[in-house]
Ligand binder design. Structure first.
Ligand code: FE2
Length: 386
């Protein structure tokens, strides 16, 4: 079939002009004066009959079609494009306003794709706070909470029950508890034979958690059950704010840190976890969406030594920026508070404390970023099938 055979097969009397059938796709008037091109495979694959109303899954299998889909005829019928396909004579109707959404090839709008708001050392007073009992009964408030996590990357839940279940039920508002190779939950307090700096009273360097996992957990919950020790102030900073500033100040360093994979490890008697990560993570828009940093879990950089001539100075410049007073928010988490944050964005640490001076106990767990976004979409929008 020749390209752009205008009107050859389109039926006369189309409401909004004529459909032009080409070799691989058709051009259809959308009713607002514009026309748009659509590929035949796409039109057939996304026929409304391709989706099961109950499971909401695609049940049409385009892999089983022996020939490329080609219309026998196509025309505009009222506010819809109607196609009769060659072969089985299947009829597809696509609403013109639905087609208009996909006409430009732009990504499907995502309500969870919110612009991030970088923050600095003075963020403590502005941090979003949500009382746990209200979150448990108000799904609209859960949406506000997740919105804060998407935009700021951090929020505090107050009035937490002083129980293990309190943390579980709070995290479950966002998603399933996501275990790591340390287990489902972790307890941060001084251990007799520590396998991790967090389990000592020493200062804990600024880091993101478990970078040695292929996909480190996305959302971290730290529930403070007791904190009466001297010292041990919490340190939190926004990795997006720091990386954005590095991008402006030193584009070459930014490129190295956002493109080069470096090794991370976590090794002890019964585990030997390894992964390769980029220190600066970009999203599909090219914007900084996170960082992966951990001095105590960075493996020996096994890159060509000449690459390290450039990489190390960039890495150290970024590491020094992370420690700058401009970015680091310092405060003492109080018993009954749970700080919730994006583990791929928010860098955290702790000042040393005097172990004998009182009790310090934090219980933690994780959920995933993707599930958090999923929960947010279901709370705020209708989706494709409702
Ligand atoms: Fe940590």
């Amino acid at each position: 079939m020749a390209d752009d055979v205008i009107g050859e097969i389109a039926r006369p009397g189309a409401a909004c002009g004529e459909v032009a059938l080409g070799e691989r796709g058709l051009t259809v008037p959308l009713g607002d004066g514009s026309t748009a091109y659509f590929n035949y495979y796409w039109l057939r694959d996304n026929c409304p009959t391709s989706f099961d109303r109950e499971t909401r899954e695609r049940v049409f299998d385009i892999f089983h079609e022996e020939r490329a889909p080609v219309p026998a005829s196509a025309h505009v019928d009222g506010d819809a494009l109607e196609i009769v396909w060659q072969g089985d004579g299947h009829v597809t109707r696509h609403a013109l306003d639905w087609l208009a959404h996909y006409a430009g090839g732009a990504p499907r709008p995502d309500p969870a794709d919110l612009p991030r708001r970088p923050w600095y050392c003075d963020h403590y007073e502005h941090m979003a706070r949500f009382p746990q009992p209200e979150l448990m009964r108000d799904r609209a408030l859960v949406a506000k909470w997740i919105e804060a996590l998407l935009v700021d990357g951090v929020a505090i839940v107050t009035d937490m029950p002083d129980t293990d279940e309190g943390l579980t039920e709070t995290a479950r508002l966002i998603g399933q508890i996501r275990p790591t190779f340390f287990g489902t939950y972790f307890d941060v307090r001084t251990h007799i034979e520590p396998t991790n700096l967090a389990y000592t009273a020493k200062a804990l360097e600024l880091h993101t958690d478990t970078p040695a996992e292929d996909a480190a957990p996305g959302v971290q919950f730290l529930h403070c059950r007791a904190n009466s020790v001297e010292g041990g102030r919490n340190l939190f900073l926004d990795g997006v704010a720091v990386a954005n500033d590095l991008r402006a100040a030193s584009p070459e360093d930014f490129a190295l840190l956002s493109e080069t994979l470096i090794p991370y490890y976590c090794e002890h008697d019964t585990y030997d976890m390894r992964s390769r990560q980029r220190v600066i993570e970009l999203d599909s828009h090219g914007e900084v969406s996170g960082v992966t940093i951990s001095q105590h879990m960075a493996d020996i950089f096994d890159l060509p030594q000449t690459v390290l001539d450039s990489y190390y100075p960039a890495f150290c410049r970024f590491g020094r920026m992370l420690q700058s007073e401009k970015y680091v928010m310092r405060f003492g988490l109080r018993a009954g508070e749970c700080i919730v944050f994006d583990n791929h964005r928010i860098v955290h640490g702790r000042a040393g404390y005097v172990a004998e001076s009182g009790d310090r106990y934090l219980r933690g767990c994780y959920t995933d970023r993707g599930e958090m976004r999923s929960t947010y979409r279901t709370l705020t929008t209708q989706g494709r099938f409702r």
